[in-house]
Each structure stands twice: as C-alpha cells, then as structure tokens.
Design a protein around this ligand. Structure first.
Ligand code: P6P
Length: 340
C-alpha cells in the first residue's frame, strides 16, 4: 500500500498540539517517560476550564468577590477560587505529582504521600491579575515545575521540595486569557507558544522558539510609585524617557503581570516591578510569578533580575516570599545595570 502523502497544507502548517510538542521534545531525552507530558496535560485541561469560565465571566454570577480573604490578605475573586480548584483537581490526579503549592493556599498540598512514582512539585498562581477581571482585562495562570528536592523523604519535609531556587525548575510557563488564550512554556529548550483553538479545544503551536528582541520600544512600570523607587530605578526611567537609549520609548502598563510580560517577551523592552513604599521587598511572588517568568525570559535570550541579582539564583525562604522584578531584552537590561 502506497504511503499516504501528507496533504499539502500539512507540510506548511502542521497542527502540533502541546502534548505532541512535549512528546517530540521528550524524544530528545532517552529514558524520558510520558509522565511529564501527562502532567502538563493536567495544566492544559485546568487552564481550558479556567478560560471557559473567564470567557463567560460577564454572563454568569462570576464577577465580584468570593467574600473570603486569601492567604495574601487579598479579597478572593470568585474566579480565583474556581481557578485554584481547577488547578488543584487536574494536577492532583496525575500520579507523578507529589506536592502542589498555590498562591491561594497557605501551605503546600501533599498529593500522594510516599508514592515513589511522585516526582514532581508544581507551584502556581491560578489567576494572576484577578483584580482586573471585573473590567475585562487580560489575566493569567503562572506555573513552575520542579523535581522533588534531593533527599526529600516521601513523608515529610515538603517545604524543602517547594523552597528550591528557580534554577532548579524543569519547566515553567503561563497561560494568558486575553484576546486569545495562549500557553507559553519552556522546559529548558527554547520558549514555545500555543494558541487555544476554540473550534477544536486544543492548544496549537503558534509561536515556536520565541526570542525576546535585543531592544524593544516599550518600558512598563507603575509610574505612580516613581517617588518611592530606589534611586537606580529613577535614574534608569529618567534616561529611558529622555531617549538616552538611542530611541524614543513608549510607556505601556496594564497592571496584569502576565499581560505586561507577554508583550515584553514578544515586542521587547523592559518590565519592572521595583521596591515601593507599600511593598519594600517588591510585590510579585518569587516562587510562582518571578521564577517562571525569569526561566522563560532567559530561555528567550533576555535578562531577569530583582534589580541586582539573577532571579533564578535567589534562594527562597518562604513559599509566598515577594521580590522586585526587572525583566527585558539585552539592551534595556544592560542599560539598567549601568544605573547601579
Ligand atoms: P500595581 C496584579 O494584582 C499583580 O499581582 C500583577 O499581576 C501586576 O503586575 C501587579 O499586581 C500590579 O500591581 O501595584 O501596579 O497595581
């Protein structure tokens, strides 16, 4: 029987789902089992559930606060609660998952006590930027995947599993619920973007090997805090505003980290959340916001620091630890470093 030729369109635009992509990537690693792609399918399933709920937020009684306060002391939006439940459920049923840590939970959730097949720790923010939901601004889910810490015993010490440096991540990514729903992830071999095709309910490869431009045209920061920024940040912002980086920049700030970062990744430039009077350590969370963003930034050829130190080298001391964050292309990052 003659081999079936791929139809012409398939040659130009092969439909590659995120599962196929992961399996293709895993073939590069002898001995890699399918457990990682099955774990990732837990994230894609949960985020498709979240996307469906976000898409209909205005039509169901979804807007507004749940009434409770989360561990951050922030008013929990109803979608926060739903998103956390979706991530927890879809990941807990993956045997390879040992520990789950969420922005919405004070302590890590131990999934499968003592199961020798449970290798992975997943740390996530189920819905970052949720305060923007009621005004229909893009929000996102961020996740970081680690292997259990060396020597961690199955029946305890789960803090050691979670409190690992970002350099130990085996994969990381985010899903942005914007004009389209897009998953962006890395497992250490480039950054790849998948757009959810609502017609078939699958994340389809749309941006392979994303690279952050060496220099962009936007800088992104909440300028209302300018007076309380440390002096090097003020010096940098003054320089970039005055065209001293060789070109005129525009300011873009959405107030939803995933959306502000996604634009920076694709268009270049720099995103900053500096220390402020109200958040002297910075506002963003190290483990489940800064670390995944930093892994993606470096894999895309950019730079990610807390202003002074590489994010991926920071040793976390607590699950919900905050940090300042500066991520961008090579030109803006080098110029920022010169301001210290
Ligand atoms: P500010 C959203 O609440 C968030 O955690 C990030 O998504 C976003 O980058 C930041 O806070 C915005 O903070 O102080 O500028 O409103």
């Amino acid at each position: 029987m003659e081999p079936v030729e791929a139809p012409a369109f398939a040659e130009k635009n092969p439909i590659v789902t995120v599962q196929q992509h992961i399996l293709r990537e895993q073939r590069r690693f002898p001995g890699a089992s399918g457990e990682f792609s099955f774990l990732l399918s837990g994230i894609t399933l949960a985020t498709k559930m979240i996307a469906a709920r976000v898409r209909r937020a205005g039509l169901t009684d979804t807007f507004g606060a749940e009434g409770g306060m989360n561990v951050q002391g922030e008013v929990q939006q109803k979608l926060d609660v739903y998103a956390n439940q979706a991530m927890m459920h879809c990941l807990a049923v993956r045997e390879s998952v040992a520990v789950l840590a969420s922005e919405e939970n004070e302590q890590p959730q131990i999934v499968d006590e003592g199961n020798p097949n449970s290798h992975y720790v997943v740390v996530f923010d189920p819905l970052d930027g949720s305060s923007n939901i009621d005004v229909n601004v893009s929000v996102g889910t961020t996740f970081s995947i680690l292997k259990r810490a060396d020597g961690a015993t199955p029946d305890g010490g789960h803090e050691a599993d979670v409190l690992q440096t970002g350099a130990k991540q085996v994969a990381a990514g985010y899903v942005m619920y914007g004009s389209s729903v897009m998953l962006v992830y890395t497992c250490g071999h480039g950054v790849h973007g998948f757009t959810l095709d609502p017609a078939i309910g699958a994340f389809v490869l749309s941006h392979e090997y994303i690279r952050i431009p060496k220099q962009g045209k936007y800088y992104s920061v909440n300028e209302s805090h300018f007076e309380s920024f440390p002096e090097p940040y003020q010096k940098f912002l003054t320089r970039i505003r005055s065209g001293e980086l060789g070109q005129q920049y525009s300011s873009r700030y959405i107030g939803s980290m995933v959306a502000d970062f996604h634009r920076t990744l694709l268009k270049g430039g720099i995103f900053l959340y500096p220390p402020t009077a109200s958040n002297p350590e910075g506002k963003l969370r190290l483990l489940y916001e800064a670390n995944p963003i930093a892994f993606i930034t470096e894999q895309a050829g950019g730079v990610a620091t807390d202003g002074e130190h590489r994010i991926l080298d920071k040793v976390p001391s607590s699950i919900h630890e905050r940090t300042s964050l500066v991520v961008g292309g090579q030109v803006e990052a080098a110029e920022f470093a010169r301001c210290w």
